[in-house]
Design a protein around this ligand. Structure first.
Ligand SMILES: Nc1nc2c(ncn2[C@@H]2O[C@H](COP(=O)(O)OP(=O)(O)OP(=O)(O)O)[C@@H](O)[C@H]2O)c(=O)[nH]1
Ligand SMILES: [Mg+2]
Length: 173
């Protein structure tokens, strides 16, 4: 008799964005295909998500203002940043933009790909992914691969497409 060891690489992902954007809701949709009841995250949640034999270790980090200064303690070895945007929250998109460019300038995230989820697409009057992309000037980002995906964490719509983009980027450098 012998034991077979299955070795796999785990890809580190951080899920960031302002408070109330839907980060924790997205993490548990990935894990369980369900909407869980959430309360504001203090600190982080971490779960392993497996997509077609690709293992992601996903860190969902609290987005309240007082917590944002500690996001950088999660950055080392990150392969993907998932930035979750509340598409109805027009007033705070400028803050998201600041946080995005601060992350992109960080040494520890120099090799990270960025997936932007334009979440809460079920809300009437929300911004489209195209509007968010324009406001965040995503087309100016040349030093990181990026992709924007509209989604609704409550129904799960769009989430798989986002994960597919991430898996398609693995091994591409
Ligand atoms: N209408 C709608 N509500 C959503 C959607 N996604 C999340 N929510 C709601 O938004 C609220 C905040 O969701 P969370 O997942 O807790 O937000 P978070 O980004 O983790 O917030 P912090 O932990 O404070 O950083 C909850 O009431 C969710 O049910 C969505 O796609 N549509
Ligand atoms: Mg949360």
């Amino acid at each position: 008799m012998f034991t077979v060891c299955f070795l796999f690489v785990e890809h580190k992902v951080i899920i960031v964005g302002l408070d109330n954007a839907g980060k924790t809701t997205i993490l548990y949709q990935f894990l369980m295909n369900e909407v869980v009841h959430t309360s504001p995250t203090i600190g982080s949640n971490v779960e392993e998500i497996v997509v077609k034999n690709t293992h992601f270790l996903m860190w969902d980090i609290g987005g309240q203002e007082s917590l944002r200064s500690s996001w950088n303690t999660y950055y080392s070895n990150t392969e993907f940043i998932i930035l979750v945007v509340d598409s109805i929250d027009r007033e705070r998109l400028a803050i998201t933009k600041e946080e995005l460019y601060r992350m992109l300038a960080h040494e520890d995230l120099r090799k990270a790909g960025v997936l932007i989820f334009a979440n809460k697409q079920d809300m009437k009057g929300c911004m489209t992914a195209a509007e968010i992309s324009k406001y965040l000037t995503l087309s100016s980002i040349k030093d990181h691969p990026w992709h924007i995906q509209s989604c609704c964490a409550l129904t799960g719509e769009g989430l798989c497409q986002g994960l597919e983009w991430m898996t398609s980027r693995i091994g591409v450098r």
